[in-house]
Design a protein around this ligand. Sequence first.
Ligand SMILES: NC(=O)c1ccc[n+]([C@@H]2O[C@H](COP(=O)([O-])OP(=O)(O)OC[C@H]3O[C@@H](n4cnc5c(N)ncnc54)[C@H](O)[C@@H]3O)[C@@H](O)[C@H]2O)c1
Length: 255
Amino acid sequence: MQLDGRVAIVTGGGDGIGAGVARRFAAEGATVLVADVNEETGGAVADEIGGRFLRTDVGDKSQVLEMVATAVREWGGVDILVNNAWAPGELGRVENKTDDMLARGLGIGFYGPLWAMQAAFPHMKERGWGRIVNMCSLNGVNAHMGTLEYNAAKEALRTLTRTAAREWAPTGIVVNAICPGAKSAAFRRRMRENPELEKASGAMNPMGRMGDPEQDIAPAALFLASEGARYVTGNTLYVDGGSHINGVAWTPDLP
Ligand SMILES: NC(=O)c1ccc[n+]([C@@H]2O[C@H](COP(=O)([O-])OP(=O)(O)OC[C@H]3O[C@@H](n4cnc5c(N)ncnc54)[C@H](O)[C@@H]3O)[C@@H](O)[C@H]2O)c1
């Protein structure tokens, strides 16, 4: 059991990759706080793995602070933080993006993870041990079209990952990013709207398929959350069947 006795928070743990990570962490002995805006799915995952659910909107600072405070109150600290929550916005060109769209994207994708990291930091530092895993995206790395707020938030999160990795390196806290590629709830929704996407994403992937949240993505998160990652910090790990090698130039039809 690689995470025996560890306390983990997984944001967006009610579905997709977050649910896969929460299940895997629990199977490895962690006590998991599933923090999600969706009470139904989040509650179901928490019940299934014997964890705890807390309704949390990661775009709301007071709720993020309460999320960390809950783990500290219930279990005495936080060892592992997985910043994974995201909700896609509307596709659109740069010139049509509004301040509200940008604020929403940066709120969920950048500020939420930052607030969680700031709140968890003193508790991890006190124990001299911490693991932070931030879910980022090839979308941002390659600047895919139509998703400016997503790309900007995820690249800001990657630079936060590296900055915190440097500043916190002496404390026993390691901070890493994963750029995943998986058939999650979000991906299935997109496929329903865009049926050719499944074929196209398979064809663009060197392994010929999108990953499975629990079988393909969660093991990488588990490694970064484990004792074995103690000398690994500031990295971006592409867990995507090799998609990043060719860049996956997704070019949607935009108005
Ligand atoms: N699936 C992929 O191929 C892929 C690719 C690149 C990056 N990612 C990243 O991986 C992470 C997980 O993606 P996924 O595909 O599993 O998504 P998903 O839509 O399947 O799951 C996201 C979860 O986050 C929750 N959520 C949404 N908004 C929230 C909020 N404001 N506060 C708290 N919870 C919220 C949802 O309810 C859901 O349970 C995201 O950060 C995403 O950007 C995924």
